[in-house]
Design a protein around this ligand. Structure first.
Ligand SMILES: NC(=O)c1ccc[n+]([C@@H]2O[C@H](COP(=O)([O-])OP(=O)(O)OC[C@H]3O[C@@H](n4cnc5c(N)ncnc54)[C@H](O)[C@@H]3O)[C@@H](O)[C@H]2O)c1
Length: 391
């Protein structure tokens, strides 16, 4: 099979820009048989030093401070957006209008309406798209999806999903764009978008819900202009300003298949580090998974014949599970967070190769956005709301 070269442009060379660039470099190795070879053509960052450093580090042919140069470059076939959320819609629209395929980090838009507008632009242009819902990709999560589809745990009775993370738990962390409503949603846009997507993957579409929110840390130090990272911290005597979006969101949901569920996210949690997890219960069994132990999954099949042994068993990720064998041939030799991004890049590039959508395309982000809209309506109405109801 002839190998297919795909020209890549990455916009925003911060944390995710590095992770995405590195992931593209790994695709032709880890997934050699797919026959796709990403070519790192051009990277952009508003800060020229960051752009140049990324060019040197990853071997991009060129770098620029003007993201529009990527749209105009005939060698760039794929626009990968790892810039701040406020820029995503404008870039997606420009890329799609130019016929470029689009990979975009979650939550796509600052607000659900922007995500929906971005999905509309991609749909109209007919280009391929992909969204960074990388928690789908641990091999044991993909395996969970397979055994649920095969009916091994029976009919789903209920679902718990959450993303509890303490990245903003320090009350002296600067009042960056992440904490200001004018720049977008708080935890609902950031962490909860992953939890909603996971619920869609594991338990299906959500029909209706009722939701809560809270802001636990109400004031934060106004930013030092030199601090751009959301991990940067001020001092106890810094001037402070109000946090205007939510630290915490929870929602009781009803899935389209009739199952009830509960979703919860918090960015200032104590204790949990990356408790991106789910528990799914069925008429014949149950499954539990947590990103903090991403290579393990607890599976239970009800055994009334042998009640003394009737409990969860822990499976370790191994080559019998999807994708694991592309990284190593052994059970219990673990994959890491960035490997999920390599799988994500491979899935996207094979979608581009085939000219056919693969999940999670930007339509998965549209589905998440419709749930987020219902959550926001419920915050205001204090009552149950239908997903996909009034826009
Ligand atoms: N899927 C995940 O696990 C995950 C994790 C972290 C972040 N994210 C998402 O990735 C995106 C980026 O987050 P991050 O943590 O990498 O942010 P970051 O702040 O580390 O990086 C953003 C970069 O964009 C650059 N930038 C700003 N304005 C620009 C412009 N006009 N043109 C080009 N570059 C510009 C900044 O200089 C910076 O280098 C966000 O949408 C975030 O929600 C996803």
């Amino acid at each position: 099979m002839a190998r297919r070269q795909i020209g890549i442009g990455v916009i925003g060379m911060g944390w995710m820009g590095y992770v995405h660039s590195r992931s593209y470099r790994h695709v032709s190795d880890r997934f050699f048989d797919e026959g796709v070879d990403p070519v790192l053509v051009l990277c952009a960052d508003a800060d020229s030093k960051r752009a140049e450093a990324a060019q040197a580090r990853f071997g991009f042919r060129k770098s620029t401070t003007d993201w529009r140069a990527l749209i105009d470059d005939p060698d760039v076939e794929v626009i990968d957006i790892t810039a701040p959320n406020g820029m995503h819609l404008e870039i997606v629209r420009a890329a799609a209008a130019a016929g470029k395929h689009v990979a975009c980090e979650k939550p796509v838009g600052r607000f659900p309406e922007e995500t929906i507008a971005a999905a509309d632009a991609v749909k109209e242009a007919g280009v391929c798209s992909f969204v960074g819902y990388n928690y789908r990709w641990p091999p044991v999560v993909q395996y969970a999806r397979e055994i649920i589809a095969a009916g091994n745990i029976g009919t789903i009775t209920h679902y718990h999903g959450r993303f509890l993370n303490g990245y903003a738990g320090n009350p002296h962390a600067f009042l960056s764009w992440r904490f200001e409503e004018e720049h977008g949603l708080g935890t609902l846009g950031d962490l909860m978008s992953h939890a909603i997507d996971m619920a869609h993957l594991i338990a299906g579409g959500i029909e209706s819900l009722v939701a809560e929110r809270e802001t636990f840390i109400k004031e934060r130090p106004v930013p030092d202009p030199n601090a751009t990272s959301h991990y940067a911290v001020g001092s106890a005597d810094s001037d402070t300003g109000p946090v205007t979006n939510e630290d915490y969101v929870s929602s009781i949901v009803r899935f389209e298949n009739g199952a009830p569920g509960f979703l919860e996210s918090c960015r200032v949690i104590n204790g949990a580090k990356c408790d991106m997890s789910f528990e799914v219960y069925g008429t014949k069994g149950a499954i539990k998974w947590n990103m903090e132990r991403m290579n393990e999954i607890d599976v239970h099949y009800r055994d009334d014949e042998n009640p003394a042994e009737d409990g969860y068993k822990t499976l370790l990720s191994g080559p019998a599970h999807p994708f694991h064998g592309s990284f190593n041939p052994a059970w219990g030799l673990n994959l890491g967070y960035e490997d999920t991004k390599v799988i994500e890049a491979k899935e996207f590039l094979t979608s581009v190769r085939d000219g056919a959508p693969r999940e999670p395309s930007i339509e998965a982000a549209r589905a998440v956005a419709l749930v987020q809209q219902a959550i926001i309506r419920s915050w205001k109405s204090r009552s149950w709301e239908d997903v996909g109801g009034e826009k």
